[in-house]
Design a protein around this ligand. Structure first.
Ligand code: F6R
Length: 240
């Protein structure tokens, strides 16, 4: 695993952007696995700026997002569908038919099976991940099988608490469930890029790289992936 420790979040975002751009510009039809949350926002800003200033083309890019909350209407302000459109897709002018996110409404089991099936026609060239303070990747919480495919999960209280900052101002509760790519789904990607910043990530990041490979820390499975780059700021990398 390649570990890059940056001085701050801006540098982390810039480095992550360089890794992402290399994939986007070197493939004819790049397939990107994407994440939501705070960690990739700086990277997404760099991608938008680069598209606007340098004309990097996203018309042939296909994307698959990691996860989606269960039970929110697609256009709810806190769905990952909305997040991705506001924070990336509109800014890089990617065709709507090229973007994919799990559907958190209707027949969830069928939606998950359909998502996994849709992904079978592609190989993800680069999978971007954040990491939860409990070591989750996607919404694969501690204890999730390393063999898991796209599935419905019950979110841990710690994860709901971490994400309450987005729902509290709306007077709403964080959903209790989500649909997520499984760990086996994530491991199929050619390359993995993990970004993490802030002191609250230091233990998760350390366990991911230096701890035992165990389902208690889902991110630790990445030690078995042949091409992982982890980019952290000083705070998240404090224990190295
Ligand atoms: C988001 C996702 C989650 C986040 C993780 C970190 O699509 O899959 O695993 O990456 O919860 O979230 P932030 O970046 O908000 O700290």
């Amino acid at each position: 695993m390649k570990v890059i420790i940056c001085e701050n979040y801006d540098e982390l975002s810039q480095k992550a952007f360089e890794v992402m751009k290399e994939v986007v510009t070197s493939k004819e039809n790049p397939v990107l696995g994407l994440a939501t949350g705070s960690s990739p926002i700086g990277l997404y800003k760099c991608m938008i700026k680069d598209h606007q200033e340098n004309g990097t083309d996203y018309s042939k890019v296909t994307t698959f997002n990691l996860d989606e909350y269960v039970g929110l209407e697609r256009n709810h302000s806190q769905t990952y569908y909305t997040f991705m459109h506001e924070n990336l897709f509109e800014g890089i002018e990617i065709p709507e038919e090229n973007v994919h996110l799990p559907l958190g409404n209707g027949d969830l089991e069928q939606n998950c099976a359909d998502y996994e099936k849709a992904m079978e026609d592609y190989v993800v060239d680069i999978q971007l991940l954040g990491i939860g303070s409990n070591g989750h990747i996607g919404f694969n919480e501690p204890g999730t099988s390393f063999d898991s495919l796209t599935h419905v999960v019950e979110l841990k209280e710690s994860t709901r608490k971490d994400n309450a900052r987005f729902f509290d101002p709306l007077g709403e509760e964080v959903p209790t469930h989500a649909c997520t790519m499984g760990i086996a789904t994530i491991m199929k990607s050619r390359k993995v890029l993990v970004v993490a910043n802030g002191l609250n990530k230091q233990d998760a990041v350390y366990n991911m790289v230096c701890g035992p490979v165990t389902e208690d820390c889902p991110a630790s499975i990445l030690q078995n992936h042949p091409d992982v780059t982890l980019i952290v700021d000083r705070a998240a990398g404090k224990r190295f």
